[in-house]
Design a protein around this ligand. Sequence first.
Ligand code: SF4
Length: 117
Amino acid sequence: MSDNDLIQNLCGTWCSYYKPGKDEELACKGFIVVKQMMRNMVTIPFEKPDESDQARQLLSDSAARLASSLCPVCSFSAEDCDFADRLEGARPCGGFLLLMQFMEKKTVNIDDIRQLL
Ligand code: SF4
């Protein structure tokens, strides 16, 4: 899958911060890890859960583990990510949400993700 297809499938579908046409030189760590993961997985299931399932996942141990491993090494975390700043109601990026779903479905675990950071 090309970078452009990944941007459409991941950022365009999953990320509430994605703005088409914006400079995409700087990618968040969620995107970078998913891109790395594509080298090892035959197919990446991009289907989104419904809102209530995603809300439940955001309260899971998987989300907490991901937030403490992925976000601190993301170039957006220092100034540009409200989720990393723990602002109330802020959503994580699409890459975070997809990786969180993989963890909840036991497709990957946090050690698999840490190896790609
Ligand atoms: S939620 Fe924010 S800090 Fe965490 S990986 Fe995504 S953009 Fe980066």
